[in-house]
Ligand binder design. Structure first.
Ligand SMILES: *[C@@H]1O[C@H](CO)[C@@H](O)[C@H](O)[C@H]1NC(C)=O
Ligand SMILES: *[C@@H]1O[C@H](CO)[C@@H](O)[C@H](O)[C@H]1NC(C)=O
Ligand SMILES: *[C@@H]1O[C@H](CO)[C@@H](O)[C@H](O)[C@H]1NC(C)=O
Ligand SMILES: *[C@@H]1O[C@H](CO)[C@@H](O)[C@H](O)[C@H]1NC(C)=O
Ligand SMILES: *[C@@H]1O[C@H](CO)[C@@H](O)[C@H](O)[C@H]1NC(C)=O
Length: 449
């Protein structure tokens, strides 16, 4: 062990000495940015095995959950959009088609045991990006990208729960999953994000009304503060009176992009003020302009999911800068400095293109490799190209994906009964969820103390 890692270190340092940095990034050169994004994407792609014979399209191997695979295909859709390189379009279309599920709403039966509103929404947001970026619809009678996003919106809107806390979406979709009593910010934030982007795309006010409603509700219970900080979630058995105050990059990001879409569609001062507030409050996630997952990076406690969160803040900062151009003076320096810092440490692994988790250590690669770390590295780099992107299409401006306002209408909220899940599976899922909850509680303790 020691011997090989010493060799590895030797290899890395001799590369550095000879000046052959693996990822060379000139943040002012679109060609250089594209080359760097390509190297990072090749590395990310090698984690995915779902396109192999006998494997399941749309799944990543353990330890990655299904939702992260949806998030990864969103990253590949944006990669194509920003760079023009369509290397991953085929596996993306194949994966998304396979995961559409019985009700065409990204609720595949295989995922029922762990399917949360947030998990469903990460696939829904990938479909929304496909529609916005004009990825051609699947055709052949398959649902359009836009209709898949609409189906996620429609099914979630029906799950809006007024029985406790004055409203809100629960984390879990099914009563038998642990976490059913948790109302969390990412589930409500994804719903807000999809509603806002559907409003921008279609102009139908049903969507803007729900975006406003999700915003107001989160503010009313304190998942979001008056000064635009976003906390993790709250127990609806206590009527949402206790708030778990951990702050994650993706909660700020998912609201930033939604608020940017709302501003773009309305151009009113209300959304301008809100968006400005979110960007300013997101300052807690930057150290000298370099992005950091403050809740878990410094103590080394980021789990597999959390190691991907910076990818989404990066993605949504790029989106924001495109659709709300007046935010660029605030966002651009953060994007540039973070991309430079991230790329500098993406020097690990066999091809010296593996990104570690931390970007704040001045080029030191921390050896933490995985889909999340790699996707975050790729996203922060490719989003530098926002300046040359035409921006998300709308129905009236270039959009080609077909609308279906009634998508998802036939999806029941509980398509699989409790009994059809075996005891073994149920126990497995409960233990996993319990571990997650314990991790959250432990995290909460040091975060607030
Ligand atoms: C390294 O590069 C080779 C050849 O291009 C490729 O097959 C392999 O997947 C890459 N590995 C990683 C970890 O990037
Ligand atoms: C569900 O699981 C089965 C068995 O692993 C697999 O064959 C099928 O492709 C999966 N379906 C989806 C939508 O993932
Ligand atoms: C529960 O919370 C909601 C929203 O904050 C509030 O309007 C309602 O009065 C609360 N109900 C009780 C019984 O405390
Ligand atoms: C709204 O977003 C589009 C891209 O979707 C962009 O072309 C347009 O300039 C934006 N509108 C404003 C007022 O900035
Ligand atoms: C607006 O969206 C809602 C919700 O999907 C739908 O019921 C309604 O028919 C739509 N209105 C129009 C004019 O498309």
């Amino acid at each position: 062990m020691k011997f090989t890692s010493a060799l590895g270190a030797l290899g890395a340092s001799s590369l550095l000495l000879s000046g052959v940095g693996a990822i060379e990034l000139d943040i002012n050169s679109p060609d250089s940015i594209k080359k760097a994004a390509k190297s990072l994407s090749i590395n990310l792609r090698q984690y995915y095995t779902g396109d192999r014979v006998g494997d399941t399209p749309g799944n990543l191997p353990d330890p990655y959950y299904w939702w992260e695979c949806g998030a990864m295909f969103n990253a590949f859709i944006d990669y194509w959009y920003y760079t023009g390189d369509d290397s991953y379009n085929k596996i993306t279309a194949q994966a998304m088609e396979h995961q559409i599920g019985d009700y065409s709403a990204f609720m595949p039966a295989n995922q029922t045991k762990t399917l949360g509103n947030d998990d469903q929404a990460f696939w829904g947001m990938a479909a929304m990006s496909a529609a916005e970026n004009k990825l051609p619809d699947l055709g052949n009678g398959k649902p359009s990208w836009l209709s898949l996003a609409q189906a996620v919106f429609n099914t979630q809107q029906r799950r809006w729960d007024n029985t406790k806390c004055g409203g809100g979406l629960k984390w879990q979709i099914f009563t038998f999953n642990n976490g059913y009593n948790y109302k969390n910010t990412i589930s409500n934030g994804c719903f807000f994000n999809i509603a806002a982007r559907l409003y921008k795309y279609l102009g139908n006010e049903t969507y803007s009304e729900w975006a406003e409603k999700a915003w107001e509700w989160q503010l009313s219970v304190g998942l979001m503060t008056e000064d635009y900080h976003y906390y993790d979630g709250t127990d609806d058995n206590k009527n949402c009176s206790d708030i778990n105050k951990i702050q994650w990059t993706y909660n700020a990001g998912v609201h930033m992009a939604g608020a940017a879409a709302m501003w773009n569609a309305t151009q009113n001062e209300l959304w301008k003020g809100r968006l400005t507030g979110i960007i300013e409050a997101a300052g807690v996630f930057f150290n000298d302009k370099v992005m950091i997952e403050v809740a878990c990076e410094n103590n080394g406690k980021c789990d597999v999911d959390q190691r991907s969160f910076k990818a989404y803040l990066s993605r949504w900062m790029g989106y924001t800068a495109i659709v709300a151009p007046w935010t660029r003076p605030m966002i651009d320096p953060l994007l540039k400095t973070s991309a430079q810092a991230a790329a500098k440490q993406c020097i690990g692994g066999p091809n010296q293109t593996s990104c570690g988790l931390r970007w704040v250590d001045n080029g030191k690669n921390d050896g933490s490799f995985g889909v999340g770390e790699q996707m975050a590295g790729m996203e922060i780099v490719q989003n530098l190209l926002y300046l040359s992107a035409p921006g998300p299409a709308t129905q009236k401006a270039g959009g080609i994906s077909v609308s279906n306002p009634n998508a998802g209408a036939d999806a029941p909220d509980t398509p699989v009964t409790f009994n059809s899940i075996t005891t073994g599976d149920k126990a497995g899922a409960s233990i996993l969820t319990l571990l997650v909850l314990v991790a959250i509680l432990v995290g909460a303790w040091w975060m607030v103390s």
